[in-house]
Ligand binder design. Structure first.
Ligand code: FMN
Length: 184
């Protein structure tokens, strides 16, 4: 089995929020205080990310954490969400390792689960986060700026920090009546 990790490394105790409550109350947070995201919280978030399901348990995700002002400044020039990238105390760039892949569709599905785990873990820790996809238009530039090998393909940048306040109403969702095609 590829890359199994010890229990300790993935210990998320201290996450107090009920799972379903966390799923239902998570909203994208795009405004942060200047307070740093602790190393401990960063580890917990990455541990949650690493616990995502993947086809064949191949775990194709790889991460880069970014706190440095210079790197953030450079990345911010590659997206229209410049303000978010600059102001977030922590960025997690999520890559897919093309060398670890076995299925184009299924590996990308796994990456989606991984990124959702990052969002939910951040929320569970009282942090706010947003999944930034627009920056993928500059995926190659991001990879080069971070000094990564060609087989690392950018999947998202997640901005994380302490929320400045309420995340607000957020956007609504389609009613289940439009989503549930059949009950057979
Ligand atoms: C694949 C993907 C790409 C996204 N890209 C961006 C982005 O570039 N900028 C941004 O502000 N939000 C981005 N979002 C966040 C969505 O706008 C947000 O999840 C959606 O509007 C629902 O709002 P909520 O997360 O508050 O429930 C992205 C979300 C996903 C899943």
């Amino acid at each position: 089995m590829p890359g199994s990790c010890g229990q300790d490394e993935h210990d998320l105790k201290g996450v107090k929020m009920e799972l379903l409550e966390g799923i239902l109350t998570r909203r994208s947070v795009r405004s942060y205080t200047s307070e740093e995201v602790s190393e401990e919280d960063t580890r917990r978030i990455l541990s949650a990310a690493a616990m995502a399901p993947s086809g064949l348990n191949n775990q194709p995700w790889r991460f880069v954490t970014i706190r440095g002002e210079g790197v953030k400044e450079d990345l911010s020039r590659l997206t229209r969400y410049r303000r978010i990238v600059i102001s977030a105390p922590l960025l997690v760039a999520v890559f897919i390792d093309r060398g670890a892949m076995y299925s184009e569709v299924k590996d990308h599905q796994g990456i989606g689960a991984c990124i959702q785990n990052i969002l939910l873990a951040a929320h569970g820790l009282g942090l706010g986060a947003v999944w930034l996809g627009e920056i993928l238009k500059s995926a190659e530039e991001v990879r080069l700026r971070l000094g990564l090998a060609e087989q690392m393909e950018l999947m998202a940048v997640v901005a994380i920090g302490h929320p400045t306040g309420e995340s607000g109403e957020g956007v609504g969702r389609l009613p289940l009546s439009e989503l549930l095609l059949r009950e057979m």
